[in-house]
Write a protein of this length. Structure first.
Length: 256
């Protein structure tokens, strides 16, 4: 039985975690499937946005403790490192990544959220880096990504307390971008994803590249040539020509 439900609609790739009996816990099979679908979507130049989702109960509840507790310390290190590499691959994708959270995103699920460009949450969602309550740390690179996303002080608080946040609290922390009513969640996520997918590929990739460079501490003096080059490459495109013509036509209409 597949642990992921995947599809492609227009320019959007959809990945749904699907192990409902264990609250979508990550096991080795799911890791295999994630690696395969991420590479397939990464190779598809039509895909501009990738959406990760779960179900109403859980986004992802973390690693599958029943399966992973059969492993030795060395074996679990290799599993954690492998999952960390998968999340780093997701983090570095050219496509925009969205975590769409209806239920609980805790432990490893919250690590996945921290690695996505955007998080959209229903008003019933919950978030928590609860690893400390199990006597362990994050294992998939989630701590460093959380620090980048919300800052070290707030990140440390969440990591050291294991506090469970409502969607409103998570938005105040800067962990999520938008909250949508549960009844309209699917439609709102689709509309948000379509809006981002409609952005020209060159524009989307340039802004994501700049964002990653800024996170690394690269200065604006080193980055403005990249912006100039990107803008000049977009200048001669048909999309730009049509947009300029539309703008000028509106301007002329307002003058008459």
């Amino acid at each position: 039985m597949q642990t992921l439900l995947t599809s492609k609609q227009d320019d959007i790739g959809w990945i749904r975690f699907h192990r409902p009996t264990v609250r979508n816990a990550v096991n080795l099979q799911m890791m295999d499937e994630l690696e395969q679908i991420i590479e397939r979507f990464a190779d598809d130049e039509e895909i501009g946005v990738i959406v990760f989702s779960g179900d109403e109960r859980a986004f992802v509840s973390g690693g599958d403790l029943e399966e992973f507790h059969q492993l030795t310390g060395r074996e679990i290190y290799l599993v954690m490192k492998r999952m960390g590499q998968i999340l780093e691959r997701i983090y570095q994708l050219d496509a925009i990544t969205i975590a769409a959270v209806e239920g609980a995103a805790v432990g490893g699920g919250c690590e996945i959220v921290a690695g996505c460009d955007f998080c959209l949450a229903s008003d019933q969602a919950k978030f928590g880096m609860i690893q400390v309550t199990l006597g362990i740390t994050t294992g998939w690179g989630g701590a460093s990504r959380l620090f980048r996303k919300i800052g070290t002080s707030r990140g440390l608080e969440l990591l050291l307390t294991g506090e469970i946040l409502t969607s409103v609290q998570a938005k105040e922390y800067g962990l999520i971008n938008h909250i949508f009513p549960h009844e309209r969640f699917t439609e709102e996520v689709a509309a948000f994803a379509k809006r981002l997918a409609s952005v020209p590929a060159k524009v989307r990739k340039t802004y994501k590249q700049i964002a990653r460079q800024v996170e690394k501490g690269v200065s604006s003096s080193a980055l403005y040539p990249l912006e100039a080059k990107s803008c000049s490459e977009c200048w001669g495109t048909e999309e730009h020509r049509r947009a300029v013509e539309s703008f000028l036509n509106r301007t002329r209409g307002n003058r008459s």
